[in-house]
Design a protein around this ligand. Structure first.
Ligand code: ACM
Length: 538
């Protein structure tokens, strides 16, 4: 049994942390790591093994074999064993007391032992193991003349936050399914575990809803798109039809693909604002008598859903299909930027408010959201929305995605709501990441890598009891000016690498210089993966 010798070897080996630190470039940085002398060398005879009868271990073992195969060219066998043989990577489910997603990884001359309480923990350990190998391990085809050494060491690791995510806006520009899979693979490398898909907005409806086919027949297509930042009086359009949508089968495929990588997809259906594509499909959902087009320019839009009972029921029907596709606990209902001009001007809305005894438009929105919350609860799910859902009052069981500022997170947590930190100032990856003149066109703003890295989601003015409501953080890739997968990657990385570390690594251990040193090696991994990240500043 090699395990004992692995542990003894680590215990006896002198700590090389200080001397050799630069060689170990795990990102996000692990909680505890001790390097010792020597290494394990992966070769054609190495086996990947798991405990007999442990189907979770088996799945992770198969995943590990699949990610090691292309670059090494080794068809590493995956076997069930009761005792680990020599020259093996042994995956075990056992209570290592490192939480739901934590793992212990031990590398010695004779083999590798990876233990975790759950398969999610094993999966995180596998990501670390990949990063202990040379960056070329991330290549998609065989790398010649490369030895596959893993330095001897012991790691204990677990995340700071349970919510570590990224958002992709597929509504402003449709992003192909195959790109979303690639993005999921890249998130997995960073131990991120949520992918938020913004599926509906004024400019496009991207999710097939069987009961309402016009949502995609009409709502998934716009006539053309605004060019650049042209203002209201001087707009030029590209004259090109744009659109696309995901079938329910596509989305189920993505859900499974993500789940195999321990990533939960969070679907977002926007309401009551950002609704023009839906209203263009079914005009009876809106407040005006005219037929609206799917929107072709950007910005906050006055065309929001009306408050009729048939509209509420329509949206609940949509959510019923959404719940059926996406098994995750949370469903995002948008809730942001719903300007109330049309509600104020509409006789029908005012009449409905009177009937319901609702005194103002903020409370009307609160009623709207409460109806969705009730519905989602009846399906065993939880509602999450942008921080405007606080306006007019919000049930404590709803979760708030705080985007307009830290003070919105404080307000939500003080009110007893759970919060995901998504402030524009640190997590809006549609902002410029360098000097505007030197960057491709973006929406505006300025969010360089160092600023993202400097984000501490817990650095907010709250009592410890309220701080417990902070679930974690995520980065936003809004799509107005992000029309292609390559550009989405450019905007997401390396800023998502910095955010991944803010979400994973204990705050006291974080250091920007140290991160940058590791990032220099990490971008070689991104190169091997074919990720079109923005080059690091010299
Ligand atoms: C948002 O950026 N409107 C959530």
């Amino acid at each position: 049994m090699f395990l004992m010798s692995v542990f003894l070897c680590v215990a006896a080996g002198e700590s090389l942390m200080a001397a050799n630190k630069a060689d170990i470039t795990i990102l996000p940085a692990p909680v505890k790591m001790e390097q010792s002398k020597g290494y394990f060398e992966l070769n054609e005879q190495t086996q990947i093994v798991f405990q007999t009868g442990n189907s979770e271990g088996e799945k992770t073992a198969a995943y590990l074999a699949s990610v090691l195969r292309p670059a090494t060219g080794y068809a590493l066998p995956v076997n069930a064993v009761s005792d680990a043989p020599a020259n093996a990577i042994y995956l075990q489910i056992e209570d290592v007391k490192l939480g739901e997603e934590g793992y212990r990884l031990t590398v010695g001359k004779e083999g590798v032992a990876l233990s975790a309480a759950t398969s999610a923990g094993l999966f995180n350990g596998v990501q670390t193991l990949r990063q202990l190998l040379p960056p070329a391990i991330f290549n998609s085809s065989k790398v010649e003349k490369q030895s596959w050494k893993i330095p001897s060491m012991a790691i204990e690791d677990y995340p700071r936050f349970a919510w570590r995510g990224m958002m992709l806006d597929t509504a402003r520009h449709f992003l192909p399914k195959e790109f979303i899979k690639k993005f999921i693979d890249t998130l997995a490398v960073h131990k991120m575990n949520r992918l938020h898909l913004h599926l509906t907005d004024d400019q496009g409806w991207r999710i097939e809803i069987k009961k309402y086919p016009k949502l995609t027949e009409v709502g998934a297509w716009r006539k053309e798109t605004l060019v650049g930042h042209s203002g209201k009086n001087n707009q030029t359009f590209d004259g090109k039809r744009h659109g696309g949508f995901y079938t329910q089968d596509d989305l189920r495929e993505l859900v499974v693909y993500a789940a195999e990588r321990h990533i939960t997809i969070l679907p977002e259906i926007e309401m009551p604002g950002h609704a023009q594509a839906a209203i263009a499909s079914y005009p009876e959902l809106g407040n005006l008598s005219e037929q609206l087009p799917v929107h072709t320019s950007w910005g906050v839009n006055k065309n929001i859903f009306n408050v009729e009972e048939h509209t509420i029921l329509f949206l609940q029907d949509v959510l019923a299909e959404v719940v059926d596709i996406f098994p995750g606990t949370y469903i995002h209902i948008g809730g942001d930027e719903a300007v109330k001009d049309q509600w104020k001007a509409s006789e029908a809305v005012q009449k409905r408010m009177k009937e319901l005894g609702i005194p103002d438009e903020a409370k009307m929105q609160s009623y709207f959201i409460a109806r969705m919350n009730e519905f989602l609860k009846s399906k065993g799910r939880k509602l999450i929305g942008w921080d405007e859902i606080l306006e007019g009052g919000l049930g404590k069981d709803a979760t708030v995605m705080a985007w307009r500022g830290i003070e919105k997170a404080v307000e939500a947590a003080k009110a007893g709501n759970d919060v995901v930190m998504a402030p524009t100032t640190y997590t809006y990856f549609d902002y410029y990441q360098g000097k505007k003149e030197k960057e491709p066109l973006a929406i505006g703003g300025n969010l360089p890598l160092e600023k993202v890295y400097g984000f501490d989601p817990m650095s907010i003015d709250l009592e410890p009891e309220a701080l417990k409501h902070v679930l974690g953080t995520q980065g936003q890739v809004w799509g107005e000016y992000i029309a292609t997968p390559d550009y989405a990657e450019y905007m997401a990385f390396p800023r998502a690498c910095a955010l991944a570390e803010a979400a994973w690594t204990p705050q006291a251990q974080r250091n920007y210089e140290d991160f940058l040193a590791r990032l220099k090696a990490h971008v070689m991994r991104l190169d091997a993966l074919g990720v079109h990240y923005r080059a690091l500043d010299k």
